[in-house]
Design a binder for this molecule. Structure first.
Ligand SMILES: [Zn+2]
Length: 145
């Protein structure tokens, strides 16, 4: 049977509801409380199968170049080139791909921009480091002479 107060199922011999403590004698209903009306069956929305081919390849390429460019952004020229490729491919994909397939191109484009920014910062850091090392080396040489 079910509790009249809270609707929880409980033992037929129980005197009190284990859930809310209501007196079970005489105040119980033997039927399950009314279920909410069932949702009418809906046809699942038709999803067009993905078309393999060049169109989505641009998005995949942009994403892959963006990821690798970001991973290799600490390598001065490699990260820079890969990030630029990701931005170019991603930008092309954003223009040419249909709405549903633009996600990867956009992701590659964004990763490419992040990778490009980091690559430029890393490149500057390398140049500065080399310049400092160079001046330290020449100072050391100069003080030795
Ligand atoms: Zn109860």
């Amino acid at each position: 049977m079910y509790c009249a107060k809270c609707g929880k199922e409980m033992d037929d011999s129980a005197k009190f509801c284990p859930s809310c403590g209501a007196d079970a004698s005489g105040e119980t209903v033997s039927e399950q409380p009314a279920q909410p009306a069932q949702q009418p069956y809906r046809e699942p929305a038709y999803v067009a199968p993905a078309e393999p081919g060049q169109s989505s390849g641009v998005g995949v390429g942009a994403l892959i170049c963006g990821i690798i460019g970001l991973v290799l952004c600490w390598v001065p020229i490699v990260g820079l080139i890969l990030s630029i490729v990701a931005i170019v491919l991603g930008g092309k994909g954003k223009r040419t791909l249909p709405d549903g397939k633009r996600g990867m191109a956009v992701a590659g484009f964004i990763l490419g921009i992040i990778g490009l920014v980091i690559s430029i910062i890393v490149l500057i850091a390398w140049v500065v480091t080399i310049a400092i090392l160079g001046s330290v080396a020449s100072w050391a040489l100069g003080s030795m002479l």
